[in-house]
Design a protein around this ligand. Sequence first.
Ligand code: 13P
Ligand code: SF4
Length: 324
Amino acid sequence: MTAAHPAATAPIDPTLDLFAEIERLKRKRKAVILAHYYQDPDIQDLADHLGDSLDLARKAQAERDAEVILFCGVHFMAETAKILNPQKTVLVPDMDAGCSLAEACPADQLRAWKAKHPDHFVVTYINCTAATKAESDIICTSSNARKILDAVPTDRPILFAPDQNLGRWLIRETGREMDLWPGSCMVHITFSERKIIELKTRHPDAEFIAHPECEDHVLRHADFIGSTKRLLDHVATSPKTRFIVGTESGILHTMQKAAPDKELIEAPVESRGGCTACSECPHMKLNTVEKVYLALRDMQPALEMDEEMRKRAELPLLRMLEVS
Ligand code: 13P
Ligand code: SF4
């Protein structure tokens, strides 16, 4: 299992230029910063590598020179970096940065599901814990899921966990039947079909683009569906000039930089219990520049992982990286 070192306690000197300090500490620690597109703009801008889940897993695998990986994303992503780099220190700015999908499918529950379907091949979305990965035959991301499913022997029925919405989209796309685990992303299920239809009516020239973690009734209005990186590339290369973006709003920062002349509209979400409705992932947004600085200054919190479990989790991840 993974465990955290105790959190840093010494206060931050208020006179410091944190961005300059982060640069200095990065050199001192021989550290590289990997960040997901859903991070705050400041963190995206200070990252050495910015990417979606697949890019970041590849970057973590290819990382040779660094002694430290500081992972700005959520816990399961940092675990992926640790699985692929057991000899490196993997720092996580906030150990509480979880994921509703990872929480939805604990390893013991996946093991019990497998036991009921012993002939099935287990394809698990990368949004899960290392322990859950260790129970899987192969891992996929939203970028490579179709390719991964094509690599599953056609005579083997499939168990797909934990994202039922990605799973449903894949069944439609590939024609491959799968049993689905009932997990979902707390952010991507909040988009409002009614408000999206209204917005499309108001802007008939706009393309609605969406991540496959969105629900079926929202995806059916999408003009383009793809992983975070595919959405980014699509906006940059499409001849269209206006887009309604159905994914976590952090991507808009880098999307706007990649396509400065295009108009990006956040896809509207359902109002939730009186709070301001938004499409921000509360886990991703736990990371701050201050926590990045503290992690590099104090070399904690750092991931630790049981070696036997790491080896079992590495196998299905390496299979994924070979296939994609
Ligand atoms: P991708 O980065 O693979 O598009 O996944 C989105 C996501 O929800 C990450 O948490
Ligand atoms: Fe998990 Fe959804 Fe947040 Fe991604 S956006 S980390 S899938 S809760």
